[in-house]
Ligand binder design. Structure first.
Ligand code: ZN
Length: 77
């Protein structure tokens, strides 16, 4: 994938902060590798990365905290 499906802008590999909002819980996963649109800022996660993100969310979503901040690389290392 090298073109944004929203604006047709060019995608560039970068690290993004992925935010997941579940009810009252906000999970912020930092430094997730993604393809980021230079034009509109939309980002696309690789299938494997998206799966890993889901695993991370599953692992922490029963936490009683309101906001959880995770560094992606702490979880994949
Ligand atoms: Zn775009």
């Amino acid at each position: 994938m090298s073109q944004c499906s929203l604006c047709k802008g060019k995608l560039k590999e970068d690290k993004i902060n992925h935010v997941v909002d579940i009810d009252d819980l906000i999970i912020i996963i930092k430094k997730v590798p993604a393809e980021v649109c230079k034009q509109c800022g939309e980002y696309y996660l690789d299938h494997k990365i998206a799966q890993k993100v889901e695993e991370i969310v599953d692992n922490v979503k029963n936490n009683k905290a309101e906001v959880i901040i995770i560094n992606f690389y702490d979880r994949v290392a």
